[in-house]
Ligand binder design. Structure first.
Ligand code: SAH
Length: 256
């Protein structure tokens, strides 16, 4: 039998071990028990264990990664949490819609909710790896919640959507195109390979200049992120890219 799909709480570079413990506790109270830590400053830690109290098991099972890319590689739906508005950013989703949406997405793959550093939140590059950005509405003059409080609010929304779903079994509809399970969604890792390949080809055909990158690759990421590519579609695009490279090489050889 296949492993059931998971919801992961991902913390990017948390600096206070106490917060990691408090996050484990917050998530576990809402029945979310998969914690992924990207380059934590101090872990494992006695302070984290003390703050986790009844959720030490979540800490013990926490996975440590070296990059966000690695943390979300096996996911098909990723939401980043940020207190700040950004310039060019991924589409926004309200925390209550995150709750409803997560249960739809779990039918197709693993889901990650990504939280940023206590000091500086998530970088634009990290947010570009997310399908959506969610912001907890708060005092406009002081909107930055403590990390574990933010995790609590989002996990509460996910759990409360689960309770609603099981009582009515009605799931809020979403704005993106649905697709059949026969053609699974591409994982973040498969999409990253596509973006790498695409950048390489765009460079070869001199459409992309790495010395003057502007926003091209970020805009393309957002475009493909909105499309929710399946694995088959990703493979078609990569096939086109490979054929382009082959044609380029043949032309170059003929020119010589
Ligand atoms: N000073 C940082 C905020 C860090 S708070 C900044 O300016 O971005 C640590 C993390 O908690 C944030 O990266 C975010 O993931 C989460 N968080 C805090 N307040 C939030 C809010 N109002 N909405 C969504 N996430 C929030």
């Amino acid at each position: 039998m296949n492993k059931p799909n998971q919801i992961k709480v991902v913390l990017v570079e948390p600096s206070h071990p106490g917060n990691i413990g408090a996050v484990a506790r917050a998530a576990k109270t809402m029945c979310i028990e998969n914690l992924v830590l990207v380059n934590p400053e101090e872990f494992p830690s006695g302070q984290a264990r003390a703050r986790a109290t009844g959720a030490v098991d979540v800490l013990e099972r926490a996975v440590v990664c070296h990059s966000l890319k690695e943390a979300i590689a096996d996911c098909t739906f990723v939401v980043g949490a940020s207190a700040r508005e950004r310039g060019l950013q991924c589409p926004e989703i309200t925390p209550d819609n995150v709750g409803a949406r997560v249960w739809q997405e779990l039918e197709q793959g693993n889901v990650a909710i990504v939280f940023g550093r206590e000091s500086s939140g998530l970088s634009n590059e990290e947010l570009d790896q997310c399908h959506y950005l969610t912001t907890i509405p708060a005092n406009w003059e002081f909107s930055s919640l403590n990390l574990a409080s933010a995790v609590q609010v989002i996990c509460y929304e996910i759990y409360s959507a689960y309770l609603k779903k099981s009582s009515t079994d009605k799931v809020v509809n979403n704005d993106l195109l649905s697709h059949t399970n026969a053609d699974p969604l591409a994982t973040i890792e498969q999409l990253e390979n596509l973006f790498e390949h695409m950048q390489q080809v765009l460079q070869e055909i001199e459409f992309f200049d790495p010395k003057q990158p502007k926003l091209l690759m970020r805009r393309l990421r957002h475009l493909y992120s909105r499309a929710r590519l399946t694995l088959v579609e990703t493979n078609i695009l990569r096939g086109i890219l490979s054929a382009t490279q082959k044609a380029m090489r043949q032309t170059n050889t003929l020119d010589k």
